[in-house]
Design a protein around this ligand. Structure first.
Ligand code: PEP
Length: 251
């Protein structure tokens, strides 16, 4: 399976800015996107349709959403349904990003509902997991990952298609801080995630992609992508600029 190179634009970029960045990126990568890489753009909701139009002809590009509410439709003011996202051109969605867990108060059970509902709605789901700095210091890394993965994947069928599910390991202390987990920290956490996936899904678990996220930049992307069990990256800050993200995608 191709390495997934995901750009999480969070709550940045107006419609025009998002379309311009997407077009700039597509132009920079035209004919240069490595055959083993897939680019995933995850803009804010208001920019989804515009970016979908821009990347429609860009080979190897896909669109994703940052979040949704796990229901087909209904009286959920301010929320968005998976079907609305697929209608806007999304193939992927995130669930359980650390900013949703720790700023918006999303718990493990809600994250699990989102992963399962997104899959049944036809989205490929990226489950984000990762420990806070105090949890790492207390030696709780594996326990935190086990808890988040158990809950996040609780309702996922055993025979899930491996391309429909990915896990993003994102240590909370490395997101947007400029701190990156070192190669041994990344390797250890990804090995723990892989072990869980194989126990949970058998051979399918060997194929499910595990992304790393946390202050990935052009200067460290190549090293991170070379670590065992790193099947892509989820990039925030350094994905906002087309030149910087193009350099990461081709690292
Ligand atoms: C993220 O948003 O998932 C992320 C990893 O952000 P940053 O690359 O800015 O640390």
């Amino acid at each position: 399976m191709k390495k997934l190179m995901a750009a999480n634009w969070k709550m940045y970029k107006l419609q025009g800015e998002a379309a311009t960045t997407a077009a700039d990126l597509a132009a920079r990568l035209a004919g240069k996107l490595p055959a083993d890489r897939e680019v995933l753009l995850i803009p804010p909701y208001t920019a989804l349709c515009g970016v979908a139009g821009v990347i429609a002809q860009a080979a190897g590009f896909a669109l994703g959403a940052q979040n949704f509410y796990p229901s087909k439709q209904g009286a959920f003011t301010g929320e968005i349904a998976p079907e609305m996202l697929t209608d806007a051109g999304c193939r992927y969605a995130l669930a359980g990003h650390s900013e949703r867990r720790h700023i918006l108060g999303e718990d493990d059970a809600m994250v699990g509902r989102k992963v399962a509902f997104g899959l049944t709605s036809g989205l490929s789901m990226i489950l984000c997991v990762g420990e806070k700095v105090e949890e790492r210091q207390a030696g709780e890394l594996e326990a935190v990952l086990e808890r988040q993965l158990t809950a996040g994947l609780a309702e996922v069928p055993d025979d899930v298609a491996p391309e429909a599910l990915a896990v993003a390991y994102e240590p909370v202390w490395a997101i947007g801080t400029g701190l990156t987990a070192g190669p041994e920290e990344v390797a250890g956490a990804h090995a723990a995630v892989r072990g869980f996936l194989v126990r949970r899904f058998g051979v399918v678990g060997e194929k499910i992609r595990i992304l790393y996220g946390g202050s990935v930049k052009p200067g460290n992307a190549g090293q991170i992508l070379g670590i065992d069990n790193v099947d892509g990256v989820l990039v925030g800050g350094a994905s906002l600029d087309a030149e910087s993200f193009a350099a990461i995608v081709t690292a």
